[in-house]
Design a protein around this ligand. Structure first.
Ligand SMILES: Cc1ncc(COP(=O)(O)O)c(C=O)c1O
Length: 454
Protein backbone atom coordinates (compact mmCIF):
# COMPACT_ATOMS: atom_id res chain seq x y z
CA UNK A 1 0.00 0.00 0.00
CA UNK A 2 1.09 3.55 -0.67
CA UNK A 3 2.67 4.61 2.61
CA UNK A 4 2.42 8.30 1.66
CA UNK A 5 -1.35 8.10 2.05
CA UNK A 6 -2.34 8.30 5.69
CA UNK A 7 -5.77 6.78 6.06
CA UNK A 8 -7.43 7.47 9.35
CA UNK A 9 -10.73 5.97 10.34
CA UNK A 10 -12.82 7.46 13.07
CA UNK A 11 -14.53 4.64 14.95
CA UNK A 12 -16.40 6.86 17.35
CA UNK A 13 -19.59 7.06 15.31
CA UNK A 14 -18.48 9.43 12.55
CA UNK A 15 -20.35 7.40 9.93
CA UNK A 16 -19.93 4.04 8.23
CA UNK A 17 -16.27 3.05 7.84
CA UNK A 18 -16.55 2.24 4.13
CA UNK A 19 -17.90 5.72 3.39
CA UNK A 20 -15.11 7.34 5.40
CA UNK A 21 -12.58 5.28 3.49
CA UNK A 22 -14.09 6.09 0.11
CA UNK A 23 -14.10 9.80 0.91
CA UNK A 24 -10.42 9.74 1.85
CA UNK A 25 -9.52 8.10 -1.46
CA UNK A 26 -11.67 10.63 -3.31
CA UNK A 27 -9.95 13.53 -1.56
CA UNK A 28 -6.51 12.08 -2.38
CA UNK A 29 -7.41 11.67 -6.06
CA UNK A 30 -8.99 15.11 -6.22
CA UNK A 31 -5.97 16.91 -4.78
CA UNK A 32 -3.46 14.92 -6.82
CA UNK A 33 -1.91 12.85 -4.05
CA UNK A 34 -3.04 9.82 -6.00
CA UNK A 35 -2.44 10.08 -9.75
CA UNK A 36 -4.20 8.36 -12.63
CA UNK A 37 -2.82 4.86 -13.16
CA UNK A 38 -1.61 4.51 -9.59
CA UNK A 39 -2.08 0.99 -8.31
CA UNK A 40 -4.11 0.69 -5.13
CA UNK A 41 -3.71 -2.00 -2.50
CA UNK A 42 -5.87 -5.09 -2.71
CA UNK A 43 -8.87 -5.21 -0.43
CA UNK A 44 -7.07 -7.86 1.63
CA UNK A 45 -4.00 -5.59 2.16
CA UNK A 46 -6.14 -2.60 2.89
CA UNK A 47 -8.24 -4.48 5.43
CA UNK A 48 -5.15 -5.78 7.16
CA UNK A 49 -3.47 -2.38 7.27
CA UNK A 50 -6.48 -0.56 8.66
CA UNK A 51 -7.68 -3.39 10.86
CA UNK A 52 -11.12 -3.45 9.30
CA UNK A 53 -13.04 -6.33 7.79
CA UNK A 54 -12.44 -7.05 4.15
CA UNK A 55 -16.09 -6.26 3.37
CA UNK A 56 -15.48 -2.67 4.51
CA UNK A 57 -12.59 -2.31 2.09
CA UNK A 58 -14.61 -3.98 -0.68
CA UNK A 59 -17.62 -1.69 -0.09
CA UNK A 60 -15.38 1.39 -0.30
CA UNK A 61 -13.90 0.19 -3.60
CA UNK A 62 -17.36 -0.70 -4.96
CA UNK A 63 -18.51 2.83 -4.26
CA UNK A 64 -15.43 4.39 -5.88
CA UNK A 65 -15.85 2.07 -8.86
CA UNK A 66 -19.49 3.04 -9.27
CA UNK A 67 -18.56 6.72 -9.18
CA UNK A 68 -15.75 6.24 -11.71
CA UNK A 69 -12.80 7.19 -9.49
CA UNK A 70 -11.04 3.84 -9.80
CA UNK A 71 -10.99 0.98 -12.26
CA UNK A 72 -10.16 -2.67 -11.92
CA UNK A 73 -8.08 -4.57 -14.39
CA UNK A 74 -9.04 -8.20 -14.09
CA UNK A 75 -6.34 -10.11 -12.34
CA UNK A 76 -4.13 -7.06 -12.37
CA UNK A 77 -5.30 -5.04 -9.42
CA UNK A 78 -7.16 -1.79 -8.87
CA UNK A 79 -5.95 1.54 -10.30
CA UNK A 80 -6.84 5.20 -10.06
CA UNK A 81 -8.93 5.99 -13.13
CA UNK A 82 -7.61 8.17 -15.90
CA UNK A 83 -10.50 10.55 -15.90
CA UNK A 84 -11.41 12.95 -13.22
CA UNK A 85 -15.02 12.04 -12.65
CA UNK A 86 -17.70 14.68 -12.55
CA UNK A 87 -18.80 15.55 -9.12
CA UNK A 88 -22.33 14.30 -8.66
CA UNK A 89 -24.85 17.08 -8.25
CA UNK A 90 -26.01 17.25 -4.72
CA UNK A 91 -29.73 16.69 -4.57
CA UNK A 92 -31.67 18.45 -1.92
CA UNK A 93 -34.83 16.68 -0.94
CA UNK A 94 -37.67 19.12 -0.90
CA UNK A 95 -40.22 18.84 1.80
CA UNK A 96 -43.65 17.77 0.58
CA UNK A 97 -46.63 20.11 0.73
CA UNK A 98 -47.08 21.80 4.08
CA UNK A 99 -49.20 19.94 6.55
CA UNK A 100 -51.61 22.88 6.68
CA UNK A 101 -52.90 21.93 3.23
CA UNK A 102 -54.29 18.71 4.58
CA UNK A 103 -56.56 20.60 6.91
CA UNK A 104 -58.29 22.40 4.03
CA UNK A 105 -61.74 21.24 3.02
CA UNK A 106 -61.59 20.64 -0.70
CA UNK A 107 -64.57 21.35 -2.93
CA UNK A 108 -62.48 21.04 -6.10
CA UNK A 109 -64.64 19.75 -8.92
CA UNK A 110 -64.62 16.22 -10.24
CA UNK A 111 -63.24 14.14 -7.40
CA UNK A 112 -65.47 11.21 -6.42
CA UNK A 113 -66.24 9.95 -2.93
CA UNK A 114 -64.07 7.15 -1.59
CA UNK A 115 -65.50 5.47 1.50
CA UNK A 116 -63.61 4.87 4.73
CA UNK A 117 -62.67 1.26 3.93
CA UNK A 118 -62.30 -0.99 0.90
CA UNK A 119 -65.59 -2.66 0.12
CA UNK A 120 -66.13 -6.31 -0.72
CA UNK A 121 -66.39 -5.84 -4.49
CA UNK A 122 -63.11 -3.96 -4.66
CA UNK A 123 -61.34 -6.64 -2.66
CA UNK A 124 -62.91 -9.42 -4.76
CA UNK A 125 -61.56 -7.90 -7.96
CA UNK A 126 -58.01 -7.62 -6.66
CA UNK A 127 -58.11 -11.12 -5.17
CA UNK A 128 -59.05 -12.37 -8.60
CA UNK A 129 -56.13 -10.50 -10.17
CA UNK A 130 -53.64 -11.65 -7.56
CA UNK A 131 -54.55 -15.28 -8.20
CA UNK A 132 -53.42 -14.95 -11.83
CA UNK A 133 -49.96 -14.74 -13.31
CA UNK A 134 -49.25 -11.82 -15.63
CA UNK A 135 -49.23 -12.60 -19.35
CA UNK A 136 -45.77 -13.50 -20.60
CA UNK A 137 -45.64 -10.98 -23.45
CA UNK A 138 -46.61 -7.44 -24.24
CA UNK A 139 -50.25 -8.31 -24.75
CA UNK A 140 -52.56 -6.40 -27.04
CA UNK A 141 -51.71 -2.66 -27.16
CA UNK A 142 -55.40 -1.84 -27.63
CA UNK A 143 -56.26 -3.49 -24.30
CA UNK A 144 -57.17 -6.95 -23.03
CA UNK A 145 -59.56 -8.48 -25.59
CA UNK A 146 -62.00 -9.64 -22.89
CA UNK A 147 -61.99 -6.16 -21.35
CA UNK A 148 -62.66 -4.48 -24.69
CA UNK A 149 -65.58 -6.86 -25.13
CA UNK A 150 -66.91 -6.05 -21.65
CA UNK A 151 -66.51 -2.28 -22.16
CA UNK A 152 -68.35 -2.50 -25.50
CA UNK A 153 -71.22 -4.26 -23.70
CA UNK A 154 -71.12 -1.65 -20.90
CA UNK A 155 -71.28 1.41 -23.15
CA UNK A 156 -73.93 -0.32 -25.24
CA UNK A 157 -76.06 -0.80 -22.16
CA UNK A 158 -75.54 2.49 -20.34
CA UNK A 159 -74.88 4.87 -23.26
CA UNK A 160 -76.75 3.14 -26.07
CA UNK A 161 -73.64 3.02 -28.26
CA UNK A 162 -73.91 0.07 -30.63
CA UNK A 163 -70.35 -1.26 -30.85
CA UNK A 164 -68.14 -4.29 -30.39
CA UNK A 165 -64.68 -4.97 -28.97
CA UNK A 166 -63.19 -3.83 -32.28
CA UNK A 167 -64.46 -0.30 -31.55
CA UNK A 168 -62.87 -0.07 -28.10
CA UNK A 169 -59.39 0.89 -26.97
CA UNK A 170 -58.42 0.93 -23.29
CA UNK A 171 -56.71 4.14 -22.16
CA UNK A 172 -55.16 5.69 -19.07
CA UNK A 173 -58.13 8.04 -18.86
CA UNK A 174 -59.71 10.81 -20.88
CA UNK A 175 -56.68 12.97 -21.38
CA UNK A 176 -54.56 10.02 -22.43
CA UNK A 177 -57.19 9.12 -25.02
CA UNK A 178 -57.49 12.72 -26.20
CA UNK A 179 -53.73 13.09 -26.63
CA UNK A 180 -53.60 9.84 -28.57
CA UNK A 181 -56.35 10.93 -30.97
CA UNK A 182 -54.83 14.36 -31.49
CA UNK A 183 -51.35 13.03 -32.15
CA UNK A 184 -52.40 10.29 -34.56
CA UNK A 185 -55.27 11.99 -36.38
CA UNK A 186 -54.13 15.60 -36.51
CA UNK A 187 -51.19 17.63 -37.73
CA UNK A 188 -49.60 20.71 -36.15
CA UNK A 189 -51.29 23.89 -37.28
CA UNK A 190 -54.75 22.35 -37.64
CA UNK A 191 -57.56 24.08 -35.81
CA UNK A 192 -59.53 22.50 -32.95
CA UNK A 193 -62.66 23.95 -31.33
CA UNK A 194 -62.76 23.80 -27.54
CA UNK A 195 -65.52 25.10 -25.28
CA UNK A 196 -64.84 28.41 -23.54
CA UNK A 197 -65.09 28.21 -20.57
CA UNK A 198 -63.78 24.68 -20.79
CA UNK A 199 -61.48 21.94 -19.58
CA UNK A 200 -57.98 23.33 -19.20
CA UNK A 201 -56.26 19.96 -19.67
CA UNK A 202 -57.89 19.57 -23.08
CA UNK A 203 -56.53 22.96 -24.13
CA UNK A 204 -53.07 22.00 -22.88
CA UNK A 205 -53.24 18.69 -24.79
CA UNK A 206 -54.18 20.49 -28.02
CA UNK A 207 -51.45 23.10 -27.61
CA UNK A 208 -48.85 20.42 -26.83
CA UNK A 209 -49.79 18.94 -30.19
CA UNK A 210 -49.30 22.40 -31.71
CA UNK A 211 -52.93 22.62 -32.79
CA UNK A 212 -54.55 26.02 -32.93
CA UNK A 213 -57.25 26.24 -30.26
CA UNK A 214 -60.40 28.04 -31.38
CA UNK A 215 -62.53 29.23 -28.46
CA UNK A 216 -66.22 28.43 -28.90
CA UNK A 217 -68.81 30.01 -26.62
CA UNK A 218 -71.06 28.12 -24.25
CA UNK A 219 -74.47 28.90 -22.79
CA UNK A 220 -76.35 27.10 -20.06
CA UNK A 221 -77.25 24.28 -22.48
CA UNK A 222 -73.66 23.74 -23.58
CA UNK A 223 -71.67 24.40 -26.74
CA UNK A 224 -72.92 27.07 -29.16
CA UNK A 225 -72.81 24.76 -32.16
CA UNK A 226 -73.72 27.53 -34.57
CA UNK A 227 -70.34 29.16 -33.89
CA UNK A 228 -68.41 26.24 -35.40
CA UNK A 229 -66.71 27.18 -38.65
CA UNK A 230 -66.07 24.91 -41.61
CA UNK A 231 -62.29 25.24 -41.36
CA UNK A 232 -61.94 23.23 -38.16
CA UNK A 233 -60.23 19.83 -38.11
CA UNK A 234 -61.70 18.77 -34.77
CA UNK A 235 -63.98 19.77 -31.92
CA UNK A 236 -63.68 18.66 -28.31
CA UNK A 237 -66.99 18.80 -26.40
CA UNK A 238 -68.53 17.76 -23.07
CA UNK A 239 -72.19 17.33 -24.10
CA UNK A 240 -73.44 15.27 -21.15
CA UNK A 241 -72.36 17.87 -18.57
CA UNK A 242 -70.53 20.85 -20.00
CA UNK A 243 -67.35 21.45 -18.05
CA UNK A 244 -67.57 23.60 -16.03
CA UNK A 245 -71.00 25.26 -16.56
CA UNK A 246 -72.87 21.95 -16.46
CA UNK A 247 -75.24 22.33 -19.44
CA UNK A 248 -76.69 19.18 -21.00
CA UNK A 249 -76.60 19.65 -24.75
CA UNK A 250 -80.16 19.40 -26.12
CA UNK A 251 -80.92 16.83 -28.81
CA UNK A 252 -81.40 19.47 -31.52
CA UNK A 253 -77.87 20.82 -30.91
CA UNK A 254 -76.47 17.29 -30.83
CA UNK A 255 -77.99 16.64 -34.23
CA UNK A 256 -76.64 19.94 -35.48
CA UNK A 257 -73.19 18.99 -34.22
CA UNK A 258 -73.28 15.65 -36.03
CA UNK A 259 -74.43 17.38 -39.23
CA UNK A 260 -71.53 19.82 -38.90
CA UNK A 261 -69.03 16.97 -38.47
CA UNK A 262 -70.46 15.07 -41.43
CA UNK A 263 -70.28 18.15 -43.61
CA UNK A 264 -66.77 19.21 -42.67
CA UNK A 265 -65.16 15.82 -42.02
CA UNK A 266 -63.91 17.07 -38.64
CA UNK A 267 -63.23 14.70 -35.74
CA UNK A 268 -65.86 15.12 -33.06
CA UNK A 269 -64.38 14.24 -29.68
CA UNK A 270 -67.00 13.53 -27.02
CA UNK A 271 -65.68 13.72 -23.46
CA UNK A 272 -68.26 11.74 -21.50
CA UNK A 273 -66.42 12.12 -18.20
CA UNK A 274 -69.26 12.03 -15.65
CA UNK A 275 -72.35 10.90 -17.57
CA UNK A 276 -72.98 8.07 -15.07
CA UNK A 277 -74.33 10.65 -12.64
CA UNK A 278 -77.62 12.23 -13.59
CA UNK A 279 -80.40 13.32 -11.26
CA UNK A 280 -84.17 13.54 -11.97
CA UNK A 281 -83.63 14.04 -15.71
CA UNK A 282 -83.95 11.70 -18.67
CA UNK A 283 -80.81 10.50 -20.44
CA UNK A 284 -79.76 12.19 -23.66
CA UNK A 285 -78.19 10.24 -26.53
CA UNK A 286 -74.41 10.13 -26.61
CA UNK A 287 -72.95 11.69 -29.76
CA UNK A 288 -71.31 8.32 -30.40
CA UNK A 289 -74.75 6.74 -30.37
CA UNK A 290 -75.82 9.13 -33.11
CA UNK A 291 -72.85 8.53 -35.43
CA UNK A 292 -69.86 6.43 -34.44
CA UNK A 293 -68.23 7.11 -37.80
CA UNK A 294 -67.77 10.78 -36.92
CA UNK A 295 -67.28 10.62 -33.16
CA UNK A 296 -64.48 9.57 -30.83
CA UNK A 297 -66.09 8.89 -27.45
CA UNK A 298 -63.98 9.09 -24.27
CA UNK A 299 -65.02 7.48 -20.98
CA UNK A 300 -63.16 7.23 -17.68
CA UNK A 301 -63.07 5.48 -14.32
CA UNK A 302 -61.89 8.76 -12.78
CA UNK A 303 -65.37 9.87 -11.70
CA UNK A 304 -66.82 6.42 -10.97
CA UNK A 305 -64.02 5.05 -8.81
CA UNK A 306 -60.93 7.25 -8.61
CA UNK A 307 -58.74 9.37 -10.90
CA UNK A 308 -55.76 7.66 -9.24
CA UNK A 309 -56.54 4.46 -11.17
CA UNK A 310 -55.68 6.16 -14.48
CA UNK A 311 -58.01 4.04 -16.57
CA UNK A 312 -60.55 4.84 -19.23
CA UNK A 313 -61.79 3.81 -22.64
CA UNK A 314 -62.11 5.20 -26.12
CA UNK A 315 -64.90 4.14 -28.46
CA UNK A 316 -64.66 4.94 -32.17
CA UNK A 317 -65.00 3.51 -35.66
CA UNK A 318 -62.77 0.53 -36.41
CA UNK A 319 -60.83 2.70 -38.84
CA UNK A 320 -59.89 5.11 -36.04
CA UNK A 321 -59.24 2.36 -33.48
CA UNK A 322 -57.01 0.50 -35.94
CA UNK A 323 -54.98 3.63 -36.66
CA UNK A 324 -54.53 4.35 -32.96
CA UNK A 325 -53.61 0.70 -32.32
CA UNK A 326 -50.97 0.76 -35.06
CA UNK A 327 -49.42 3.83 -33.48
CA UNK A 328 -49.53 2.27 -30.05
CA UNK A 329 -47.82 -0.91 -31.20
CA UNK A 330 -44.39 0.69 -30.95
CA UNK A 331 -45.14 3.22 -28.25
CA UNK A 332 -45.23 0.98 -25.18
CA UNK A 333 -47.85 3.39 -23.93
CA UNK A 334 -50.89 1.49 -22.77
CA UNK A 335 -52.44 0.65 -19.38
CA UNK A 336 -50.76 -1.94 -17.18
CA UNK A 337 -52.19 -5.43 -17.10
CA UNK A 338 -53.17 -5.56 -13.38
CA UNK A 339 -55.39 -2.50 -13.66
CA UNK A 340 -57.04 -3.77 -16.82
CA UNK A 341 -57.58 -7.19 -15.27
CA UNK A 342 -59.12 -5.66 -12.14
CA UNK A 343 -61.41 -3.45 -14.21
CA UNK A 344 -62.57 -6.52 -16.11
CA UNK A 345 -63.31 -8.32 -12.84
CA UNK A 346 -65.26 -5.27 -11.58
CA UNK A 347 -67.34 -5.10 -14.75
CA UNK A 348 -68.05 -8.83 -14.79
CA UNK A 349 -69.24 -9.17 -11.26
CA UNK A 350 -71.41 -6.05 -11.31
CA UNK A 351 -69.26 -4.08 -8.88
CA UNK A 352 -69.00 -1.08 -11.14
CA UNK A 353 -72.78 -0.85 -11.56
CA UNK A 354 -73.17 -1.19 -7.81
CA UNK A 355 -70.79 1.73 -7.12
CA UNK A 356 -72.57 3.89 -9.70
CA UNK A 357 -75.99 3.15 -8.16
CA UNK A 358 -74.77 3.79 -4.63
CA UNK A 359 -72.93 7.00 -5.49
CA UNK A 360 -75.82 8.32 -7.56
CA UNK A 361 -77.98 8.34 -4.42
CA UNK A 362 -75.20 9.78 -2.30
CA UNK A 363 -74.38 12.53 -4.78
CA UNK A 364 -78.04 13.43 -5.32
CA UNK A 365 -78.32 14.23 -1.59
CA UNK A 366 -75.05 16.16 -1.55
CA UNK A 367 -76.09 18.08 -4.63
CA UNK A 368 -79.40 19.00 -2.97
CA UNK A 369 -77.61 20.21 0.12
CA UNK A 370 -75.10 22.23 -1.93
CA UNK A 371 -77.80 23.89 -4.01
CA UNK A 372 -79.97 24.76 -1.04
CA UNK A 373 -77.12 26.27 1.00
CA UNK A 374 -75.68 28.31 -1.87
CA UNK A 375 -78.82 29.37 -3.76
CA UNK A 376 -79.19 32.65 -1.80
CA UNK A 377 -75.77 33.85 -2.96
CA UNK A 378 -76.01 33.55 -6.72
CA UNK A 379 -77.49 31.40 -9.47
CA UNK A 380 -76.78 27.68 -9.38
CA UNK A 381 -76.26 26.05 -12.80
CA UNK A 382 -75.32 22.55 -13.93
CA UNK A 383 -77.08 20.80 -11.09
CA UNK A 384 -78.82 18.10 -13.17
CA UNK A 385 -75.80 15.88 -13.55
CA UNK A 386 -72.22 15.16 -12.61
CA UNK A 387 -70.19 15.79 -9.48
CA UNK A 388 -70.18 19.56 -9.36
CA UNK A 389 -72.36 22.64 -9.70
CA UNK A 390 -71.38 26.14 -10.70
CA UNK A 391 -72.54 29.11 -8.68
CA UNK A 392 -72.78 32.22 -10.87
CA UNK A 393 -72.04 35.29 -8.76
CA UNK A 394 -73.13 38.91 -9.08
CA UNK A 395 -70.95 40.87 -11.53
CA UNK A 396 -69.74 43.08 -8.71
CA UNK A 397 -67.73 40.19 -7.23
CA UNK A 398 -64.27 39.06 -8.26
CA UNK A 399 -64.31 35.24 -8.16
CA UNK A 400 -60.54 35.01 -7.72
CA UNK A 401 -60.83 37.12 -4.64
CA UNK A 402 -63.79 35.11 -3.30
CA UNK A 403 -61.86 31.86 -3.85
CA UNK A 404 -58.82 33.34 -2.06
CA UNK A 405 -60.99 34.35 0.88
CA UNK A 406 -62.56 30.90 0.97
CA UNK A 407 -59.13 29.34 1.01
CA UNK A 408 -58.03 31.55 3.86
CA UNK A 409 -61.10 30.34 5.74
CA UNK A 410 -60.16 26.70 4.99
CA UNK A 411 -62.21 25.84 1.89
CA UNK A 412 -60.80 25.18 -1.57
CA UNK A 413 -63.06 26.10 -4.51
CA UNK A 414 -62.17 26.93 -8.09
CA UNK A 415 -63.04 30.37 -9.47
CA UNK A 416 -64.93 30.14 -12.77
CA UNK A 417 -62.55 32.65 -14.34
CA UNK A 418 -59.82 29.98 -14.18
CA UNK A 419 -61.72 28.14 -16.91
CA UNK A 420 -62.30 31.13 -19.16
CA UNK A 421 -60.04 32.04 -22.05
CA UNK A 422 -61.35 34.74 -24.40
CA UNK A 423 -65.13 34.71 -23.81
CA UNK A 424 -66.23 37.01 -21.03
CA UNK A 425 -68.98 35.98 -18.65
CA UNK A 426 -70.14 36.33 -15.08
CA UNK A 427 -67.86 35.45 -12.18
CA UNK A 428 -68.58 32.20 -10.39
CA UNK A 429 -67.38 29.31 -8.29
CA UNK A 430 -67.07 25.74 -9.52
CA UNK A 431 -67.99 23.53 -6.59
CA UNK A 432 -67.41 19.79 -6.36
CA UNK A 433 -69.70 18.19 -3.80
CA UNK A 434 -68.96 14.47 -4.27
CA UNK A 435 -65.69 14.02 -2.45
CA UNK A 436 -66.16 15.24 1.14
CA UNK A 437 -68.12 13.32 3.73
CA UNK A 438 -71.58 14.73 4.47
CA UNK A 439 -70.24 16.31 7.61
CA UNK A 440 -67.23 17.91 5.88
CA UNK A 441 -69.46 19.14 3.06
CA UNK A 442 -71.80 20.79 5.56
CA UNK A 443 -68.90 22.53 7.26
CA UNK A 444 -67.36 23.66 3.97
CA UNK A 445 -70.67 25.01 2.66
CA UNK A 446 -71.34 26.86 5.90
CA UNK A 447 -67.90 28.51 5.69
CA UNK A 448 -68.50 29.41 2.06
CA UNK A 449 -71.93 30.84 2.82
CA UNK A 450 -70.33 32.93 5.57
CA UNK A 451 -67.90 34.40 3.04
CA UNK A 452 -70.50 35.01 0.34
CA UNK A 453 -72.94 36.55 2.79
CA UNK A 454 -70.35 38.62 4.64
C1 LIG B 1 -63.98 17.66 -18.37
C2 LIG B 1 -63.20 16.52 -17.79
N1 LIG B 1 -62.93 15.48 -18.57
C3 LIG B 1 -62.24 14.43 -18.09
C4 LIG B 1 -61.79 14.39 -16.80
C5 LIG B 1 -61.08 13.18 -16.32
O1 LIG B 1 -59.88 13.01 -16.94
P1 LIG B 1 -59.08 11.66 -16.74
O2 LIG B 1 -59.97 10.55 -17.21
O3 LIG B 1 -57.88 11.84 -17.60
O4 LIG B 1 -58.77 11.52 -15.28
C6 LIG B 1 -62.04 15.47 -15.97
C7 LIG B 1 -61.53 15.48 -14.59
O5 LIG B 1 -61.55 16.43 -13.88
C8 LIG B 1 -62.77 16.55 -16.47
O6 LIG B 1 -63.05 17.60 -15.70
Amino acid sequence: MDSSLPLVLDRSGAGPLHLQLAEQFRAAIRDGRLQAGHRLPSTRELARDLVVSRSVAQAAYDQLHAEGWIEGRTGAGTYVADVVPLQPVERRRTKSAPAAREKLLSLRAGIPFIGGSADAGWRRAWREVSAQLPPPGYEDPTGLPALREAVAAHVGRVRGIACGAENVLITNGTIHGLRLVLSVRHRPGERIAIEDPGYVNAVVAARDQRLEVVDIGVDEDGLLVRELGDDLAAAYVTPSHQYPLGGRLPVARRNELIRWARRTGATLIEDDYDSEFRYDVAPLPALAQLDLDRVVHLGTLSKILSPALRLGWLVASTEVVDALAAYRENSGDWPAWPMQAAFLAMLRDGYLDQVIRRNRRLYADRRNLTCSVLAPYGRVVGQDAGLHITLLLPDSLDDLEVAARARAAGVVVAPLSEYRRSRPGPPGLVIGYARPTDEALQRALALLAGILGG
